[in-house]
Write a protein that binds this ligand. Sequence first.
Ligand SMILES: CC(C)(COP(=O)(O)OP(=O)(O)OC[C@H]1O[C@@H](n2cnc3c(N)ncnc32)[C@H](O)[C@@H]1OP(=O)(O)O)[C@@H](O)C(=O)NCCC(=O)NCCS
Length: 193
Amino acid sequence: METPQRVIRVDDELTLRAYEPGDLDELLQVIEEAREHLVPWMPWASDHTPESTTDFLGSRAEKWASGTDHTYAIVLDGAIVGSSGFFLREGDPAERREIGYWLHPDATGRGLVTRTARALTLEAFRSDPRVAYVEIVHDPANTASGAVPARLGFTDLGTVPAEKLAPADTGEDRHWRLTRDQLPILTDGAARS
Ligand SMILES: CC(C)(COP(=O)(O)OP(=O)(O)OC[C@H]1O[C@@H](n2cnc3c(N)ncnc32)[C@H](O)[C@@H]1OP(=O)(O)O)[C@@H](O)C(=O)NCCC(=O)NCCS
């Protein structure tokens, strides 16, 4: 098992990098500008404050070291435009990781999160041999989110009842999964990104 890379250069324009406390001002501005776009689907967005973002950044190092949360800034041409990460949720088996993501609305529509989710799926498998599958979970009404795993070739596992945590949540979650033996789907160019 290895610590995941703190900086992942995905391509010429897109880099993923672990957050630092010094990202506070830039991240706050991005969240503030993106707030309306995030509130329907991100439970934390409605009541985010400078203090909650400070706490978020302050807890990154410990979470990274514990192996439970590897959250990266999505950096486009040097500027933070969103966040994505892979997580081991409390109570989950060590073989599972889940990927989450959000973008500033101006950064949508150009494949950034699809490229990010592909890179983070590869990194989750590479850094920990115990990881047997990576999942992406979203509300079925959040079609932009669901299009990401679909584009990458994840398998649709269907929906399960879920707690409504964000304003637009319907009370169901759709789960998508990519298993370690399906990795060639990502690496042989079969995925559409
Ligand atoms: C979910 C979210 C990140 C998806 O953003 P997105 O821009 O649709 O996703 P991507 O960055 O992968 O871009 C895909 C789009 O870029 C296009 N695209 C352009 N170049 C591409 C490339 N190289 N690879 C893939 N897609 C590409 C795709 O066709 C697609 O456009 P379309 O929606 O018109 O079909 C965004 O809607 C968001 O931030 N929502 C609010 C937060 C949220 O819901 N998070 C998820 C909670 S589960």
